[in-house]
Design a protein around this ligand. Structure first.
Ligand SMILES: [Zn+2]
Length: 91
């Protein structure tokens, strides 16, 4: 199992606090912010797919989100979607 990794400033390794500029070294973190936001949006799409019982689609969205930004909650969502996809009855 892979541990969740909090995003960090690529320059000084300070914890990413959702700001465009690193509070410690002043580096531009706009691209890091875009990655985190993209992962969040993919998780929202995964949640919507879960609510609509589109489990395989939910798994794909959640998996893509994890590849961008790994979180413990995202991992749970991905695993739940995977299990539901495996046990769901196809219509
Ligand atoms: Zn920094």
């Amino acid at each position: 199992m892979t541990a969740a990794v909090s995003p960090q400033c690529p320059v000084c390794k300070a914890r990413f606090r959702g700001q465009r500029q690193c509070s410690r070294c002043g580096a531009d973190l706009s691209r890091l912010m875009l990655v985190v936001v993209s992962a969040y949006q993919l998780r929202c799409q995964a949640g919507q797919a879960l609510r609509e019982a589109r489990y395989r689609t939910a798994y794909e969205f959640a998996s893509k989100a994890q590849n961008l930004h790994h979180t413990a909650r995202g991992r749970k969502m991905m695993l739940v979607a995977r299990v539901l996809d495996m046990v769901s009855v196809r219509r």
